[in-house]
Design a protein around this ligand. Structure first.
Ligand code: ADQ
Length: 752
């Protein structure tokens, strides 16, 4: 397997759009470079890697070229895209693009993830197209990527792609970055069950998932917990296949490009011209793509309130509103454009006079040169999205203010507000707050403006877009070691075969099998757990061989174990080692215990169970368990911690111990565990083959008492004393089946 330090690794970027747009004009391809923050940021990162020789020449972009190109021109486009932009185009028909891009991406995911559920469309055919297009991207990527490369997938258009890629090339390292917010669970759950599960599973195909803010990452982890049931630890999720890291990477800008923009003579000339034209006015700037999430209407309303309340500023302040056309043809966007234009007309009609148009409105994209000039002449930049993953305009404005003057007013709903706390932060839903922020901004002394901007500039300079890309790619590359460590403990096929051979040749074997989890699946309803016939049959076959001593260990009460396994010649360990039973003997208790304490503990358990719907108490002879598998996970973990604290006060003077297990809190006597129980067997007979299979923290006691020659196996990837890991309970059962297929010798009556 490749190692990050061995040689430069190929990096493949997969995004909906390529670093260029192509259109067909009179049967000819016309290329236009795109200049978005992502494209420029990644391009500078790639350049710097090439200079440092840390990136393979094989790197490439994979994405949609910006328009539908029919087959006669496709070969030419492929050649040109590769030669000019190191890119591989993904071809989509108009219908595919319509239902995928305008449909599922921008009529379902975009509104929902920006907290506009009433704009969200739930249509089965759009979902099907989304799945299909993700597969088309996967096929296109698989033609290009090297099996040990790094693939960085971008944004909400391609949330199913990580899993599809991993299914085809398990050794690829796949990273995913979401540029928009990940909404809270209550909003995400509005998606139909199948869709929301597949989206989360699709994302969990990645080794690393990045978000702009910590909050979005937490929202994602919460949805994963509630919908798929995977817990996280320090942002790492262990799925049955591998580890997935969830991390925050706030995207930066190309700081130097903006900060040094005015050194360019053409930009300086444009700025000076603007400055002359606007010399009598204080200038407020508003720049965005046309989108309901950007809060353009609220901004205008806030400006209107400002004019209402501050007659002294009439004739002295203008707002330059630049709106970039976007998603033309989607009804909400067309409607919003009309509403904006009506409101601009209304404000200008109401307040304007000869020589003063309060709102100067432009509906078009502007080149970098003009944008930089606008940032430079504006005294205030007003950024009021209702929701925004990050918002780069705010950062670009601050970076361009080389002399440190200027005031940024920023919505608290933008990811950027987490980093730009020195801005004036507003709630965009409150037009009065916007109006007050504007009048305060006009009064901030220059020294104070500089103080604030310099703090923000230092941050933006340190964590620029190159650093963002480098951090992400480095962390992705580091996931190779994490996955290798996990893989290294996975039971390899060769060792599996050797285990079966050793088993075949041995004469006195003991098999310790944990029941619940390791050899069966835990269910949401613990009381419903049933042993299936096939599993009992395997245990039966193993126990029928007189060379074998089979011991089933469990935390469950002895009557349950007796009901399930009592008819088989197997040893039983109940209540985590409290009760032991040889295959031919009666139950015996491992040491003298009392159960008096239960009178005090059970009422405490009951009080907490009453407070938590879904929790219940299980009373055993010498222990008690508070289960919360079916309860709300967040509330449960809070209450479990509170209850544990409560119990610890009570148990400090006793030999009782409180354990936090897998979705349960258990109280039982100290010094009794599955390890002490196993020693009962191990000390009696000289075994030449010892095998133990377990899955949770209580099995660690078992693993730690085994001789060095023992085969110990943990199901799942939690850290463990066991020598090997298997991914799932089914894999553990498969191994046991292979052992059960080794021909047995017949057990004589009375032999054990
Ligand atoms: P966008 O929604 O496109 O991006 P934003 O972060 O503001 O939003 O980036 C817009 C880019 O377009 C900026 O680089 C800006 O300079 C440029 N731009 C804006 N108005 C322009 C105009 N009138 N003419 C020319 N250029 C203009 C999505 C998410 C954001 C997230 C980015 C990056 O919605 O929240 O910050 O991705 O992850």
């Amino acid at each position: 397997m490749a190692n990050a330090s061995d040689r430069p690794q190929p990096l493949y970027i997969v995004s909906n759009r390529l670093p260029f747009n192509v259109r067909v004009d009179n049967d000819k391809l016309v290329f236009q470079e795109s200049a978005g923050g992502l494209v420029t940021g990644l391009a500078s990162y790639i350049e710097s890697c090439k200079r440092a020789n840390t990136l393979s020449e094989d790197h490439a972009w994979i994405g949609w070229p910006g328009s539908t190109v029919m087959p006669p021109l496709r070969e030419e486009l492929k050649r040109e895209a590769l030669a000019k932009f190191q890119s591989y185009p993904v071809f989509l028909s108009e219908e595919e693009m319509d239902q995928f891009y305008f449909g599922f991406c921008n009529s379902t995911i975009w509104p929902l993830f920006h907290y506009f559920p009433s704009f969200t469309v739930y249509q089965g055919n759009l979902w099907e197209q989304y799945k299909h297009v993700n597969e088309v991207f996967c096929d296109a990527a698989m033609e290009v990527v090297k099996p040990d490369g790094l693939v960085w997938v971008h944004d909400y258009h391609l949330m199913l792609l990580p899993r599809l890629l991993k299914a085809k090339a398990p050794d690829l390292l796949v990273g995913f970055f979401l540029h928009i917010p990940f909404p809270s669970f209550e909003v995400f759950r509005l998606l139909p069950g199948q869709w929301r599960r597949e989206i989360l599973e699709g994302l969990l195909g990645a080794d690393l998932i990045g978000f702009h803010t910590y909050e979005y990452g937490q929202h994602f982890l919460q949805s994963v917990l509630r919908i798929l049931g995977h817990e996280q630890r320090m942002g790492q999720i262990l799925t049955p296949e591998r580890a997935v890291k969830v991390e925050t990477f706030p995207m930066g800008i190309d700081f130097e490009k903006f900060s040094r923009a005015l050194e360019n003579a053409a930009i300086k000339a444009e700025e000076e011209e603007l400055r002359t034209t606007l010399s009598q006015f204080k200038v407020i700037l508003s720049v965005d793509r046309l989108d309901y999430s950007k809060g353009i209407l609220n901004r205008l309303e806030g400006f209107e309130s400002f004019l209402e309340a501050n007659a002294e500023h009439h004739g002295k302040v203008v707002i330059l509103m630049v709106v970039v056309p976007s998603r033309i043809g989607v009804s909400q966007y067309d409607l919003m454009k009309r509403q904006i234009e009506e409101l601009v007309g209304k404000i200008n009609g109401r307040f304007g006079k000869i020589g003063w148009t309060p709102v100067v409105y432009q509906y078009r994209s502007v080149p970098f040169q003009s944008l930089a000039a606008l940032y430079s002449v504006s005294d205030i930049c007003l950024v009021t999205p209702l929701r925004d993953g990050m918002n780069l305009v705010a950062k670009e404005y601050v970076a361009t203010r080389k002399d440190g003057t200027g005031v940024l007013i920023l919505s608290e709903m933008a990811g950027a507000a987490k980093e730009l706390a020195e801005a004036i932060i507003v709630n965009p839903n409150n037009r009065e707050e916007i109006a007050e922020a504007l009048s305060a901004a006009l009064e901030i002394p220059v020294e104070e403006q500089k103080r604030r901007n310099q703090i923000m500039q230092r941050r933006l300079q340190r964590y620029d877009v190159m650093r963002w890309a480098r951090d992400f790619v480095n962390q992705l590359a580091a996931m190779r070691d994490v996955q290798n460590r996990i893989q290294a403990k996975l039971l390899p096929d060769t060792v599996r075969t050797a285990i079966v051979d050793r088993y075949r040749q041995s004469k006195r074997r003991v098999l310790f099998l944990d029941y619940d989890g390791a050899t069966s699946h835990l269910t949401q309803y613990t009381f419903r757990i049933r042993l299936d016939e096939a599993k009992v049959h395997t245990v039966q076959k193993l126990s029928a061989d007189p060379r074998n001593t089979v011991v089933v260990l469990s935390g469950r009460p002895r009557d349950s174990l007796a009901a399930w396994f009592g008819h088989l010649p197997v040893g039983l360990v109940a209540e985590h080692g409290t009760w032991l039973k040889a295959s031919d003997g009666p139950w015996r208790i491992s040491k003298n215990l009392t159960s008096e304490w239960k009178k005090k503990v059970l009422p405490i358990f009951e009080i907490y169970a009453d407070r938590l719907p879904g929790a219940f108490v299980e009373e055993k002879e010498y222990s008690a368990v508070w289960h919360y598998r079916a309860a709300d996970p967040d509330q449960a973990s809070l209450l479990a911690a509170e209850m544990t604290d409560h119990l610890l006060k009570f148990t400090s003077q006793t030999d009782l111990q409180v354990f936090q297990g897998n979705k349960r809190v258990e109280i039982r006597h100290a010094g009794i565990n599955k390890g002490t129980a196993a020693l009962d067997w191990l000390s009696k007979r000289g075994f030449d083959f010892v095998l133990a299979i377990g899955d949770d923290s209580t099995d660690e006691d078992l693993f730690s008492v085994l001789p060095d020659s023992a085969v110990s196996i943990q199901v799942g990837f939690a850290s463990t004393h066991a020598r090997y890991n298997l991914r799932t309970a089914d894999e553990a059962m498969d191994l046991l089946k292979s052992l059960a297929e080794v021909p047995a010798i017949t057990r004589e009556p009375g032999q054990n």
